[in-house]
Every structure is written in C-alpha cells, then in structure tokens.
Ligand binder design. Structure first.
Ligand SMILES: C[S@@+](CC[C@H](N)C(=O)[O-])C[C@H]1O[C@@H](n2cnc3c(N)ncnc32)[C@H](O)[C@@H]1O
Length: 495
C-alpha cells in the first residue's frame, strides 16, 4: 500500500488550506463533536471499533457527521454528502488529493485527521509503514500537557516533530517555534498542518536530530523520539524504531542536548528505555548526557512487561489481528529475549540548565502518565523541590508544609492500652503519594516543620523537645527532610 502523494497539497496556497480548516470548524468539526463517537467504541477492543463508530456516525446525517466520516474515521460518503459538508471546497480538496474516490465507492480522505485542543492535525495511516507520519498519540498529549508553559517563552524546539502536533500546540505560548524531523514527509505534513490551522510563528526543517538547529538555543525542547527495539529484518520505520535495543537514538539525542538549552531552558522527553538489569537507569542517562551543566529529573512510571509490549505494538500495526499480528508479536517477543531486555521502562525526563552547576540527578516513581496528567506547574514544583533538597543551606532556610489534605492518624489494633499503635500519614488523591507509616520522631519533625517559619527553626525545636544535641539532630533531620521533600511528603508552598 503506497503512501498518498503530498505533491499537490504541498504546493497549494496557504489561503486554500486555511479555508479548509475554517470550513471544518464552521460546520462543527471539533473535539466535542468527535468525543461521543470515540467514546461509543471504547468498550470494544481497538481492532473491532470501526463498525461501532460507523454505526453511530451514519445515524448523524448532518454536514459535521459527513465531514467526520470522510476525514476522521475513514468511512466513505457519497459525493452529495461530501458537497453538503464542504460545499464548493469539495472539488478543490479532490484536486489536491485530500479527498479521493475509494476503491469500494464513495469519497474519503487518504489521510487521517485528528483533533487536539482546537487544532486539526493531518497524518498518515500507520499501516503504510516506512515513511508514514505518525499523528499524535496518548503520550504526545501527555508530553504537551507537561510542557505547555504557564507563561510565554521565546523559542521552542519540537525534535522529531512528526505531523507537527507539539510544535503547533506550543506555538500558542512561544514567540517562535522550530519543528525538525529526519523524515521529509513529516516536515511536509507539519507545514500543511500549520497552514490548515493558520499558525504562522512555526518553522519546520528537515534533518538528523539537532543538525537543522546547529548553534541555536531554546527555552523549551520537547521530543518523543522513536524508542521501540527493532527486530532484525523488520522494515524500516522512522517513527517507530530507535535501534536494535530501542534506546540507541535516544542516548545519542541526550548526548547532544545540553548545548541547545538556553539559560533556564528546559527539555521534556518521553522515552521508554530497555531494562538490561545491569546499570541503574539514572546512571546510564547521566553518562549519556555527558554534561554537568544540567539537572535531570527522571519520572518513572510502572514498567511494561515484555509480553504486553510485543502484543501491543503488533496489534497497533495489525489492528485487525489474524496471522500477520501473531507472527509480528512472536518476532518482537523473541527479539526482546535475544537482546537481553527484561522489561521496558517508560519515563518522562525533565532536563534543565542548572544554576548553580553541577546539576543534580533524581528519580521519582509516579503512576502511569495517563492517570497522573502532569502539567508544567507540577513539573515546576517538582524541579524546585529537587533543587532545594539537593542543597542543605537552601533546605534549612526554606519554609515547607505538608500538602493540603494530609491526614495524620494513629491506629490501634484492638482495644486495650498495651496494644502497640502505628502512625500513618495519608495524602489527598491529587498528591499521588501512597500512604506512609511514620515513626514518632518523623511525625514530630514533620509537625514542627509544618508549624515553623523555616526548617532550621523546626530542627532546633525538634532537638530541644526530644533532648537530642543539635549537632547530632541536624544532619539526621536534613537527610529525612530532603527525602520527604523529594517524595512530595513536604512541599514548598506557593508564594
Ligand atoms: C515517535 S514519533 C513522534 C512524533 C511526534 N513528535 C509525536 O509525539 O506525535 C518520532 C518522530 O521522530 C522522527 N525521527 C526519527 N529519527 C529521527 C532523527 N534521527 N532525527 C530527527 N527526527 C527523527 C520520526 O520521523 C518521527 O516523526
């Protein structure tokens, strides 16, 4: 199956593509309109969703229903239905190759249109393999959510931009954005998407990793490089494979990243790393970064089992399952075994230019990104907490609090004064911290910190009340407070 040509649409006037975007918006194509169709099919397995979506869509019989069938859900409509949705643009879109007559009759787009926020993103059907350009997935949405800055920034880089989703979304908060990709088709589709959405502060360039931005620095860099391990003999795919182990390209990227961060610059990367059971992941990544000028926060979500990995990627490429799916899943599973990979470790990496240098390295275990929904505000808090925890002087001078909604409780097993009791801290669901068993000393320390203007004053009170010499209490307490701050049991209150 060959990829649909971009030749005509790439040379279309920007005004024509913008008219297409405006037309879809004006007839009501939006995230809200598509949501009920997507949700209706969520209860069935991915490979079985098409007929359910088609059933619900066909009942709409409205211009927005016809447009969603043609562009979002690959369900052909008659030429009259196409005209009722698109009016005189119908023939223009057929001419550009954005709409075509399908083999089984009717008209539909050979591309896939997806919606994120208020942006329309055109991409390829990944069944084309090879140079097919990925639309955004769940992890792209998570990456964009974690990166979207609270305040405007100057320059943003979307490295391996695919169909341009992150670049176009972050353009709302940036003076200028560069999207770069090794696949010329990705850059061509990104440019088309910029035109469809009328985004003008984004530039797209072709090239390997940072080559297209040599000598340039950015306030924000985002990337979701291809990180899937590539079995021998498996066809090339720019969006999927990071090398035979999967991490080769990501490690190279890390080695070249630091010089491209502006002062106070931050990079966010979504990468799944192979676990070989040898070197710890933070040590491996630190070596790859090869610069003391940056700090590294590694947010680790629960690992992926090998069986689950092999099956989910095979199902993604063969959604209708059957023999090709089975064969592909087996080849992938065998390859992981041969490479000595024991599990896959999904991460969100936050890399920031350090001040003062050298930077720190920290790993924080979190729940699956799809459940946590990180925002840049949350990342800002985590980065500040790690920086303060890494510096005893800053820590002693800081005012810290237990997160809002924390419940401290004493549990007694059975009635009677002689039964030992345990102390617990439970946290509000938004804090994402599992319940914790406390010692009486830690409870006292946390309570004094919560009530004191700074950590130094709390430790003095702690030493006095427990009758421990201050020079003995201080180092022990600093260590415990730093750990509590890193784990989120204490936090720096918003100003
Ligand atoms: C997993 S896709 C991510 C696409 C998009 N950023 C997203 O999150 O939806 C990886 C992208 O990296 C690109 N890529 C692969 N190798 C690259 C390289 N050496 N330099 C730049 N881009 C590369 C691929 O073409 C693909 O578009």
């Amino acid at each position: 199956m060959s990829l649909p040509s971009l030749a005509r649409v790439s040379s279309a006037p920007a005004a024509t593509l913008r008219a297409f975007g405006r037309k879809l918006a004006s007839i009501g194509v939006s995230l809200a309109a598509a949501a009920p169709i997507v949700e209706a099919a969520l209860a069935v397995a991915p490979g079985l969703r098409q007929p359910i979506r088609a059933f619900h869509l066909r009942r709409l019989e409205t211009p927005v229903g016809h447009a969603m069938r043609m562009f979002l859900f690959s369900d052909p409509v008659t030429i009259d239905e196409a005209r009722s949705a698109l009016g005189e643009l119908t023939d223009v879109l057929i001419d550009l190759g954005l709409l075509e007559r399908c083999a089984g009759g009717g008209f539909a787009s050979p591309f896939v249109l997806s919606i994120i926020d208020d942006l329309l993103i055109l991409s390829d059907d990944l069944a084309h393999g090879q140079d097919a350009v990925m639309g955004f997935g769940e992890t792209t949405v998570e990456l964009c959510g974690a990166a979207f800055p609270r305040r405007n920034v100057q320059r943003v880089l979307d490295l391996g931009c695919g169909s341009g989703t992150a670049a176009l979304l972050l353009a709302k908060r940036a003076r200028a954005v560069v999207g770069a990709d090794i696949n010329p088709r990705a850059v061509a589709l990104s440019k088309i998407n910029a035109a469809i959405n009328g985004v003008t502060n984004v530039e797209f360039r072709v090239g390997d990793l940072f080559a297209p931005v040599a000598g340039e620095t950015f306030d924000l860099i985002v990337s979701q490089p291809p990180f899937v391990p590539r079995p021998q003999g498996m066809g090339a795919s720019a969006f999927l494979y990071g090398g035979p182990r999967g991490d080769e390209l990501s490690l190279t990227l890390l080695g070249k990243l630091a010089p491209h961060l502006a002062p106070n610059g931050r990079a966010l990367l979504v990468v799944e790393w192979p676990d070989h059971g040898t070197e710890a992941l933070d040590v491996r990544l630190r070596k790859a970064i090869d610069s003391g000028d940056v700090s590294l926060l590694l947010l680790r979500t629960p690992h992926t089992e090998l069986d689950g990995h092999a099956v989910s990627y095979a199902a993604g490429l063969h959604p209708t399952l059957g023999r090709p799916f089975e064969q592909e899943a087996r080849v992938r599973r065998e390859h992981l075994e041969q490479m000595g990979i024991r599990a896959l470790l999904p991460t969100l990496l936050v890399i920031e230019r350090a001040d003062p240098t050298p930077g720190w390295t920290m790993t924080v275990a979190i729940e699956a990104l799809s459940r946590v929904s990180f925002t840049s505000e949350r990342i800002d808090k985590l980065m500040l907490a790690q920086a303060v925890a890494a510096s005893p002087e800053r820590l002693l001078a800081s005012r810290l609090r237990m997160p809002a909604g924390t419940v401290l409780s004493e549990e007694q097993v059975g009635p009677g004064a002689e039964v030992p009791s345990t102390l617990h801290a439970r946290f509000a669901p938004a804090a994402l911290i599992p319940p914790l068993q406390l010692t009486i000393e830690l409870l006292a320390l946390l309570t004094f910190i919560h009530e004191s203007p700074n950590v130094r004053a709390a430790i003095e009170r702690f030493a006095a009340e427990l009758e421990i010499p201050l020079d003995e209490a201080t180092p022990r307490s600093i260590e415990a407070v730093a750990r509590a701050l890193r784990e989120g049991i204490l936090e720096i209150p918003s100003a």
